[in-house]
Each structure stands twice: as structure tokens, then as C-alpha cells.
Design a protein around this ligand. Structure first.
Ligand code: FMN
Length: 343
């Protein structure tokens, strides 16, 4: 009886994936040129949510081909064990995480993990971190000498004591990190910005001036959960990064603010933060994103990507738009208020 249930679910998965599979023309509608790379769809599987690119390939019905790019887990020069548990906690409409950049070190990623990936399936993006500017530059240099398609600089990780968000919240430091990484690679360079700062648009401008080809907006927001019985923070690291639908409205506003800087330089944005549906993805694209990230949603639905792709195609057909690129930044603002009032 149980086996029959499993078989029926499997059959249903196959039938569903057939009904949402895209035809050649539909795929063409979704394709995006991102920093000179061909993304077959606008979806980017986000760093920290897909391991080193292999994690979900064991799930029946999942394919890296449903994403235009896959971003690998944050990588440092030396291996890191990460933070003490608990490392994750569920929150209303989201989750807190403080993994602490657990990774096996750049050399092992390049020598042992990259060769296991199928580079014909999608584009792969390395996610680079460091405690010093020199470490950022060195890890970038190591990935430059690898088959990776692009390099994302994570100056926005809230879960490490040195580097990460400490660099990303200071526009001078952000620019110095980007400059150093720029000098270390000729591959497309994407800088991942933190929402935990006063003026994200100014930081974006500085990163673009320093040589960033693209921007990723946003990383997680700092948050906390408290265990009322022990009166301790639930997360071992005391605080963690909040992701998932809870942060979507904030992420959308940040993408819009950064787009107002980027549009003058032709610098594309990977919009991200709480995307779970085609409608979410479309909101980000209209606000100014050229590509869109899917992270936390994969934890509860690893097969979400084909559904988002199908939903975007149906929207484009309904609005007689032949390619998604035409939609980026088409937001029409309401008449400006005479005074700022949010209440
Ligand atoms: C468990 C977990 C680990 C993450 N690790 C990284 C990381 O190593 N590097 C990074 O740049 N972002 C990391 N992120 C942030 C995500 O890439 C993404 O920017 C953020 O979660 C917002 O998107 P989402 O709401 O769709 O998850 C992590 C997020 C989660 C949930």
C-alpha cells in the first residue's frame, strides 16, 4: 500500500514536470544575458542553499538545467568548520541561519568538487569570502584559474566575526575588496550587497566604480530568536541571517534603490530575498533585476524552479513580451508624495 503511494507520487511528479516543461521558443523568451554569460533562465540558485552544486541533483525531478546559474556555497582560503549549533531556526515566513561559512577551502573546491559538476547544464558561480582583503583577492585568484563561469564576492555575510558584513557595511572597505578582487580575475565579478546598512545605493555606486560587473541584492537581514525557557538565543551564534518570504518587501525596495544606480552603468542585478513563486520573481524583475535568486524556497520545495519558469513564460505571453529583458526596470512609480509619510 505504502509502495503504491510512493509510486503514485512519483508518477504525479513526472506528469507535473511534463506539463510545465518549456518548449524551445518558450526557453528563448526566458534567456538572459548576464555580464556576458548566457543564462538559459533568469533563475539563480543561491549560495548556501545548494551546497556545491550537487546537493539537489539527487532529488527525482530536479535539474540544474532549470536554473540559468547555480551559486556555490561561500568559500574561504582555508577550510572552515562553521559555527556552533543551533545553526538554523524557523521563523514566521522565513528562517534564521548562522552556518558560519562552513566549507572545505578553495583548493579542495576547485580540485575535487568542480570536476564533479556538469558544466553543460548551467553556469556555475563561485561565492568568495575572507577575513582580510588579501584573502578575498587570493580566493578570487584561485577561482580565476578554474572552469567557474563567474565570481560573486560575499561582503555581506552576517555570520562571521571578521570580513563579511563588517566590510559590506562600509562603502570604503567594500570598494577596496572589489578593487582587490577585480585585479585578481578577468571573469565576471558580482558583488553581493548587505541590507544591513544605511545607504545601499551609495555602496552599490562605489562597488560599480571599483569594477564590479554585476550586483546581487540582497543577502540576509540580521535577526534573533529567543528560547523563553532557557532565556538564551536559539541560535548558537546568538544572531543569524533572516531569509525567506519575510524579507521580500525589504529586498524589493533595495533592488529598486540599487537599480536607480545600476541602470546608468548597464550593470545587471540578481534580485533575491524571499522569492517562492513566478509572481515574486516578476516583481523583482519589474523593480530592476535582470536575474532572480531562489534560496530558502528550495528547502521546502526543491522542484520550485520549473514552476517559476512556467509562470514567468505565461505572464510574458499574456503581456505579449517576447523576451524577459524587456521587463527589467519597467516599474512605474506613483506620483511622489509631497512629504514623506509612512503611517
Ligand atoms: C542556510 C543558508 C546559508 C547561506 N549561505 C550563504 C553563503 O555562504 N554565501 C552567501 O553569499 N549567501 C548565503 N546565504 C544567503 C542566500 O544566498 C540569499 O542571499 C538569502 O538567503 C536571501 O534569499 P532567500 O530568501 O531566497 O533565501 C545563505 C542563506 C541560507 C538560508
Amino acid at each position: 500500500m505504502q509502495l503504491r503511494g510512493v509510486f503514485l507520487r512519483f508518477k504525479q511528479t513526472i506528469m507535473n514536470s511534463q506539463s510545465i516543461a518549456l518548449g524551445t521558443n518558450e526557453r528563448a523568451m526566458l534567456s538572459v544575458n548576464f555580464c556576458g554569460l548566457h543564462f538559459s533562465t533568469p533563475l539563480v540558485l543561491l549560495s548556501g542553499c545548494v551546497g556545491f552544486g550537487e546537493e539537489y541533483t539527487r532529488v527525482v525531478g530536479f535539474s540544474n538545467r532549470d536554473a540559468g546559474a547555480v551559486c556555490l556555497k561561500g568559500t574561504t582560503e582555508k577550510p572552515r568548520l562553521g559555527n556552533e549549533p543551533h545553526r538554523i531556526a524557523e521563523t514566521p515566513s522565513g528562517m534564521l541561519n548562522a552556518i558560519g561559512l562552513q566549507n572545505p577551502g578553495a583548493r579542495k573546491v576547485i580540485d575535487e568538487l568542480l570536476p564533479q559538476l556538469d558544466f553543460s547544464e548551467t553556469c556555475f558561480i563561485a561565492n568568495v569570502s575572507g577575513a582580510t582583503i588579501e584573502e578575498y583577492a587570493e580566493v578570487t585568484r584561485l577561482f580565476d584559474d578554474s572552469p567557474i563561469h563567474a565570481i560573486e564576492i560575499n561582503i555581506s555575510c552576517p555570520n562571521v566575526k571578521e570580513g563579511g558584513v563588517a566590510f559590506g557595511n562600509d562603502p570604503d572597505m567594500s570598494a577596496r575588496v572589489v578593487e582587490a578582487c577585480r585585479a585578481a580575475t578577468s571573469k565576471p565579478l558580482i558583488t553581493k550587497l548587505s541590507p544591513n546598512q544605511t545607504d545601499i545605493a551609495e555602496n552599490a555606486r562605489r562597488c560599480v566604480d571599483a569594477g564590479s560587473d554585476g550586483l546581487a541584492v540582497i543577502n540576509t537581514l540580521m535577526g534573533m530568536a529567543v528560547d523563553i525557557e532557557t532565556r538564551r538565543p536559539v541560535i548558537g551564534n546568538n544572531q543569524g541571517g533572516l531569509s525567506g518570504p519575510a524579507i521580500k518587501p525589504i529586498a524589493l525596495l533595495k533592488v529598486h534603490e540599487v537599480y536607480n544606480v545600476c541602470k546608468h552603468h548597464g550593470v545587471p542585478i540578481i534580485g533575491q530575498g524571499g522569492i517562492t513563486t513566478a509572481e515574486d520573481a516578476l516583481e523583482f524583475i519589474i523593480a530592476g533585476a535582470s536575474a532572480v535568486g531562489v534560496g530558502t524556497a528550495l528547502f521546502y520545495d526543491p522542484l520550485v524552479c520549473p514552476k517559476i519558469n512556467r509562470g514567468i513564460v505565461e505572464y510574458l505571453k499574456r503581456h505579449r513580451i517576447s523576451n524577459l529583458g524587456e521587463l527589467t526596470g519597467t516599474l512605474v512609480l506613483n506620483a511622489p508624495a509631497t512629504e514623506i509619510c509612512t503611517g
